[in-house]
Unconditional design. Sequence first.
Length: 77
Amino acid sequence: MSFIPVFVYIVGIAVFGVTYYIIDGMLDAILSTNVGESGIVMDLFIYLWAGILIIYLIFGGWWMIRKYNETEYRSEY
């Protein structure tokens, strides 16, 4: 079996992590300036972000499992 689908899945999770790290740093800098309160909008974005991550974890895992069912990953033995 090849490790490429697993590697691609883990890289996708890493991209989510790096994106969250960057966005979280920018959010802290914006909120510390007290430019404005955006409670409801920020809650919406947090829910959207969590939903996107959950969808990726579920369907990305499903994609990875289905990828191994393709003929290029089947064992000839």
